[in-house]
Design a protein around this ligand. Sequence first.
Ligand SMILES: N[C@@H](CCC(=O)N[C@@H](CS)C(=O)NCC(=O)O)C(=O)O
Length: 202
Amino acid sequence: MILIGRFGSPFVRRVAITLRLYGIPHEHQALSASGDDRPKLQAINPVARVPALITDEGETLIDSVTILDYLDRLVGPEKALTPSDGAARTKVMALIGLAIGGIEKSIAAYYEMGKRPEEMWHRPWLDTLLEQSKDGFEALDRAAATPWLAGDRMTQADISTVAFWDFAVRVRPSDAPAMDCPNLVAIADRANALPAFAETKP
Ligand SMILES: N[C@@H](CCC(=O)N[C@@H](CS)C(=O)NCC(=O)O)C(=O)O
């Protein structure tokens, strides 16, 4: 199978970490969603977004949600890092929902600042996005168990959170309100010491 996209994308990174933790052999094509790579990416994903995954059967999956679902089914419920049902699944999904809220707002702010000249930034909208991102991650921090987000065992909630948190911290402007997330910092430190996380850190 082939993973498409650079680890600088938190959505690509969460798939790349999962592939490593599952021990699934794969190729990696580090295409970017912008610049010269765009036509090549568009030939794989009509929306020209990363990640995409080309399966061994030749199916192309786009969006990290569909890709993670595929990988979980491939390894089966015993090994899957998203519990397949019950309260354990609901808990992990609730945590991932908060993490997605935090990262989507962080990325929207990143695009507002990166895609427009500064004089065209809509400051009230940018401030709202930065607040929403902070609120999402801080809610996730309050919901965190220990040593991992959902308790004793590392789950997809940890993988996604660490990929998203690392990105959000990296791109957050220095004058934005600081995010107070000691639990996320501790989980990211613990996770980033593991090879699957360290090897994919941009
Ligand atoms: N919901 C998607 C989000 C993917 C996404 O936003 N990817 C970004 C990179 S972080 C991208 O390719 N952006 C280029 C674009 O949207 O044009 C997922 O989970 O895979």
